[in-house]
Design a protein around this ligand. Structure first.
Ligand code: PEP
Length: 258
């Protein structure tokens, strides 16, 4: 983390877990446990139907609510989809874009770019995911792959908006598998991502961009990962479903840094 130049963000990704009633119960538990420090931003990205319950429960807190996906179109015949304006009106602040689980369902780099542009236009903070498969890592093309994903995801974003984007480095082999990238592996790629952003948007924007790590981050390994200079937080799946674990990660992110 480097709090001098950028925000730290701890964001949960609930995926397809918890009902609206369970959301209300979880948020009540979470609120009672939240640390008082104000150093890091906190978000919970929840299933669409849980957004109203989450927004209601978190109204008087500094925890932002996010969605797990969005459609880039403004409105129309897109059965089952949700637009950026719907998310904003429902009280969302964040939206996850390009998660590997959605890419596996057919989301392309062009979709990720269109969704990112639409989210920024609507005033949402896009948490744009990138990451390599185990096969890609083992064949030595991780950096090349990530560079391509970042360039395509951030195409046509104006200099005025780029600092609102959060990038999440999520190696696919570490998501939901219990296999965390080592702090060194995660730092190496997050540093590389910052380098790509520097080439595209200049050093000031690269220095100001929040880049988080995701992939089996939990209450046991967060501290070491967050101690890396280019890891500005976490996107947390499984551990964000358990209030004590999520709060412990927030506390780790609130530790003073050198
Ligand atoms: C995720 O879904 O973005 C994620 C990182 O999941 P997990 O923490 O469970 O690996």
């Amino acid at each position: 983390m480097n709090r001098k130049y950028r925000k730290t963000l701890i964001a949960g990704n609930w995926k397809m877990n918890k009902t609206p009633s369970e959301t209300k119960a979880f948020m009540t538990e979470l609120k009672a446990m939240l640390p008082k420090g104000r150093w890091c931003d906190i978000a919970l990205c929840v299933p669409s139907v849980c957004i109203p319950a989450a927004v209601r429960a978190l109204r008087d807190t500094r925890v932002g609510v996010g969605a797990e996906n969005v459609n880039a179109n403004a409105s129309g015949a897109y059965t089952g989809e949700v637009s950026t304006s719907m998310l904003v009106d429902a009280g969302c602040k964040y939206v996850i874009i390009g998660h590997s689980e959605r890419r596996a369902m057919g989301e392309t780099d062009a979709d990720v770019n269109a969704k990112t542009l639409a989210a920024l236009e609507a005033g949402l903070v896009p948490i744009v995911c990138c990451g390599e498969s185990l096969e890609q890592r083992e064949s030595g093309i991780t950096e090349e792959w990530i560079s391509m994903q970042i360039k395509l995801a951030l195409a046509n974003i104006g200099e005025d908006k780029i600092r609102k984007v959060v990038i999440a480095y999520e190696p696919i082999w570490a998501i939901g598998t219990g296999k965390t990238a080592t702090p060194e592996q995660a730092e190496e790629v997050c540093q590389h991502i910052r380098g790509v952003v520097r080439k595209l948007f200049g050093s000031k924007n690269a220095r100001a961009m929040t880049i988080v790590y995701g992939g089996s981050m939990n209450d046991k390994n967060a501290f070491e990962l967050l101690a890396q200079p280019d890891i500005d937080g976490g996107l947390i799946g499984g551990a964000s479903l358990v209030a004590e674990k999520f709060v412990k990660i927030i506390e780790d992110a609130n530790q003073p840094t050198a």
